[in-house]
Design a protein around this ligand. Structure first.
Ligand code: IPE
Ligand code: IPE
Ligand code: MG
Length: 248
């Protein structure tokens, strides 16, 4: 049976978040420049987006560029920004074909102007697509997001728009960049690293974590299916006992 056929369609995660890692090591293995590794990663983004949309996943969030990634060599940062613009343009047909809405989270005002313009246009152009939302985390870090949310909430308290005791989980979630999304049930990281690297810290409180040694440019549809099958074998207990969870 194909991996796709093994997936239980009644138990799909609504939201899958992915830390796309390993482009540099993939390039090194092939004797290529790191930038070519990033270019080859675009094919995996397309495959994963299409496969997820076909399955009926509602949200995919991809960690594409972290706040910390600004510290990379300037030429790599520039190449990544150029690749972002190229990819938005070249993948518009994929987004249209699969009715995927593009979304972005992160400190977008830090991106070069051309990126901001292209991103905004693509987000507007796909805003009526309702099949799946593909969110790119760009110049994103969870601590930046939480810092922002806390400042906004503090200002609201200062202006007496809300009181301190109204600050609860729900209110905090609503002040994050992911306000309109369910928390990811599944977080995937490629390349063998077993860390979160400042991604969605609040939102992954109860996510299932899936780590694979596969480098991002090699991560294809079947790798996504494998991760979902693995997820479906797990028992999500949310603090309860196994007996409680299995009670009818
Ligand atoms: C992930 O691949 C892409 C970004 C962080 C932009 P890396 O570039 O981190 O690849 P490795 O970790 O060096 O192999
Ligand atoms: C995390 O990957 C960020 C993205 C995938 C965009 P990194 O390769 O930057 O993470 P660290 O620095 O190895 O933790
Ligand atoms: Mg890396």
């Amino acid at each position: 049976m194909s991996l796709e056929a093994q997936i239980d369609r009644t138990n799909l995660p609504q939201h899958i978040a992915i830390i796309m890692d390993g482009n540099g090591r993939w390039a090194k293995e092939q004797g290529m420049s790191r930038v070519l590794g990033h270019k080859n990663g675009v094919g995996s983004v397309r495959e994963v987006a299409e496969a997820a949309a076909e399955l009926g996943i509602q949200h995919i969030t991809l960690y594409a560029f972290s706040t910390e990634n600004w510290a990379r060599p300037k030429h790599e940062v520039n190449a990544l920004m150029e690749l972002l613009v190229e990819t938005i343009k070249s993948e518009m047909s994929t987004l249209k074909k699969n009715k995927i809405q593009l979304n972005a989270i992160g400190n977008l005002s830090e991106l070069p102007e051309s990126c901001q313009i292209n991103l905004k246009e693509a987000i507007e152009e796909t805003s009526n697509h309702d099949h799946m939302t593909l969110t790119l985390a760009l110049s994103y870090s969870a601590r930046w997001e939480l810092e922002n949310a806390m400042q906004t909430i503090a200002h609201k308290i200062e202006r007496k728009e809300i009181s301190a005791n109204q600050v609860n989980e729900e209110l905090i979630s609503k002040h994050l960049n992911t306000a309109n999304m369910p928390d990811p049930e599944l977080l995937i990281r490629t390349s063998g690293e077993k860390r979160i690297s400042n991604f969605l810290l609040w939102q992954i409180a109860y996510s299932e974590l899936y780590f694979t040694d596969t480098l991002w440019p090699d991560f294809k549809k079947d790798d996504l299916f494998q991760a979902i099958i693995d997820y479906q074998k797990r028992e999500r207990r949310f603090g309860k006992t196994s007996e409680q969870v299995n009670q009818l």
